[in-house]
Design a protein around this ligand. Structure first.
Ligand SMILES: [Zn+2]
Ligand SMILES: [Zn+2]
Length: 331
């Protein structure tokens, strides 16, 4: 079993975060200090789960997730092959390209570089996954890597499998505390006004997607097809994308094999890897967080990496991080 440079990776993440904070001319020192002081004073007494519970329920998120699940219940009553095809296509576009490639490998870990318009487009596609803004997603995920399966991890199965899967989303910090959270963990995104605007477009983008799907369905085959494309292309697809992403946080920290010795419980889970376009090779990922490829053996299929390779070949992406190369280790 190979020993992964886990501590070095975390230090790098921490220092990148600090450097980005220093670069942020608008960084609010008082918020930053307040966040640290709050964290230090409560760290001794409250676990991360208890801190979230104390922050109160996040009703907009609870309502959003409940709405999607209730909407998906209509699926058997308006099935069509066209609806299923749209569902699968958008599952790949919002799940693999939006979340796995955009939110995760690019925006969270900097596994490759792209031009700014490509970065913004990928952030928009990530938002179409129904998983909130890039700022929130990236901040939570960087915090997960820094504290994985230890106190401070927002979603560790140590706090319960269902908590790690989805319950943790039901409680959240808000207002100034949320801003401090973004400044601490995602200052590079927080200082980008376009990225913030894309985050504000989260709900309108889903309403627009729903209107387009219903409109195209109506044009194709009347009210039944309109309902079919809307329910399968929006509600069913979002429920699938959400749970598949959540499986990475729950199943891939509970079941599977470990190739690398890491300080967390991350596992390589082939079922999650297939469903989540390569993200289920999660032990590989925790061992080498910035590495663009998450499948490290020839049979560990990583569909998201195929898209990164296609982007590299077409010039859309460059500086793709591969720790097997000495030059990338020193980057
Ligand atoms: Zn993890
Ligand atoms: Zn990650």
């Amino acid at each position: 079993m190979a020993i992964a440079p886990d501590e070095r990776e975390l230090l790098e993440l921490e220092s990148n975060s600090a450097i980005a904070l220093l670069d942020n001319e608008e960084a609010d020192e008082s918020l930053w200090q307040q966040d640290c002081a709050t964290a230090m004073s409560s760290e001794q007494t409250l676990s991360e789960r208890q801190k979230r519970l104390a922050a109160g329920r996040n009703f907009p998120v609870i309502f959003w997730l409940a709405l999607l699940h209730v909407g998906a219940l209509a699926a058997p009553f308006c099935f069509s092959w066209e609806g299923l095809a749209v569902c699968m296509a958008l599952y790949w576009l919002s799940g693999s390209v939006g979340v796995c490639l955009g939110y995760h490998r690019l925006l969270t870990h900097g596994a490759f570089k792209v031009h700014k318009p490509t970065r913004w487009l990928l952030a928009f596609l990530g938002g179409l996954s129904g998983e909130g803004s890039a700022l929130d997603w990236v901040a939570n995920h960087r915090k997960h890597h820094a504290h994985s399966d230890h106190d401070g991890d927002p979603h560790s199965p140590h706090d319960g499998g269902l908590w790690a899967h989805m319950l943790w989303l039901g409680w959240s910090i808000k207002g100034d505390a949320f801003e401090a959270h973004v400044r601490r963990w995602a200052p590079d995104l927080g200082k980008d006004p376009v990225m913030r605007w894309i985050g504000h477009m989260f709900l309108p983008s889903h309403i627009l997607t729903g209107l387009v799907l219903a409109g195209v369905g109506q044009w194709m085959g009347g009210p039944y097809m309109a309902a079919s494309l809307l329910v399968w292309g929006l509600f069913v697809r979002l429920v699938i994308v959400l749970h598949v992403t959540w499986f990475v946080n729950s199943w891939s920290h509970m079941w599977g094999y470990r190739t690398y010795e890491t300080t967390d419980d991350s596992r390589n889970n082939w079922l999650v890897a297939l469903l989540a376009f390569g993200e289920g090779w999660h032990n590989n990922h925790h061992a080498y967080p910035r590495m663009a490829a998450q499948g490290h053996k020839w049979w560990e299929i990583d569909m998201t990496y195929w898209v990164i390779l296609a982007m590299k070949w077409t010039g859309l992406a460059w500086d793709v991080v591969d720790y097997k190369k000495i030059s990338d280790r020193n980057r």
